[in-house]
Design a protein around this ligand. Structure first.
Ligand code: B1M
Length: 207
């Protein structure tokens, strides 16, 4: 079994032990952090989500998989080159109110920092008002929102509406498993399906 297989298994089984050496082995084989996320971690979490949905897994297993993922992500983050450049602009990032899924948002935040953006990460379960206030205070050039549930995705509309009321013309980028291009367009936001596209979109929007 390759380290990639074993890492996949560990995430699916929610086994946080021994993750670090597997990530290190993959990095030594020439994988970069993003490839590990996109080709191993995300598919493993997708499987966990499917099993949760069909009743094979319950909440504790979902939690354990998330914890194993945090381990892997911490190891990946350590290995990322980092950037001294912070001149590309400021991005205020948040997972919307009612939603505590933050793995994807954290990945996007780290990628943005790596590409020279200053990221103000407000965390998860963040009310629309807090997001708009922070954007104003921080002089944000872009607001990035993540939502993983059909029930919380609607919060993005609230942010868009508040921005409009406040007369703030800051572009809004949205992402997360349940999001679609159509929904993003309907609230006047730009959709990014993954972290790579998120960086590309931010670069395009902030020139
Ligand atoms: Co929950 N969960 N969960 N969960 N969970 C989902 C989302 C679910 C789809 C599982 C399922 O049923 N199949 C389902 C939602 C169903 C729906 O609404 N359609 C669900 C549910 C129901 C729940 C609870 C309600 C369960 C319960 O309590 N009964 C509960 C919700 C609590 C709450 O939020 N109020 C819950 C809890 C949890 C845990 C805490 C156990 C844990 C989260 C831990 C954490 O995040 N700290 C968890 C997990 C791990 C998942 C799954 C398995 C994996 C999510 C994940 O991290 N994916 C998920 C199943 C699935 O998604 N298939 C599921 C990996 C991550 C890298 O992907 O976040 O999509 P993602 O991010 C990607 C892109 O989408 C994009 O880039 C990232 C990297 O490529 N992206 C952006 C994301 N944000 C972006 C922002 C951008 C641009 C791109 O611009 C700003």
């Amino acid at each position: 079994q390759t380290p990639a297989h074993r890492l996949h298994q560990k995430i699916v089984q929610g086994d946080a032990e021994g993750i670090l050496p597997l990530v290190e082995a993959l990095l030594a084989e020439g994988w970069n952090g993003l490839k590990i996320i996109e080709e191993v971690i995300s598919p493993a979490l997708g499987k966990v989500g499917d099993w949760y949905e069909d009743g094979t897994y319950f909440l504790p297993q979902l939690l354990m998989a998330a914890e194993a993922t945090q381990e892997a992500f911490a190891a990946i983050k350590k290995a990322l080159p980092g950037s001294d450049e912070t001149s590309r602009g400021t991005i205020v990032m948040a997972t919307v109110k009612g939603d505590i899924h933050d793995i994807g948002k954290n990945i996007v935040s780290v990628m943005m920092e790596n590409h020279g953006f200053r990221v103000v990460d407000l965390g998860r379960d963040v009310p629309a008002e807090t997001i708009v206030e922070a954007a104003q205070r921080e002089g944000a050039h872009l607001i990035g929102l993540s939502a993983l549930m059909t029930t919380t995705m609607q919060q993005m509309e609230q942010v868009a509406a508040l921005l409009k009321t406040a007369g703030m013309a800051i572009p809004l980028m949205v992402g997360g498993a349940v999001l679609t291009q159509g929904y993003a367009e309907s609230i006047g936001a730009v959709y990014a399906p993954d972290a790579v596209q998120a960086v590309k979109t931010a670069k395009r929007l902030l020139g």
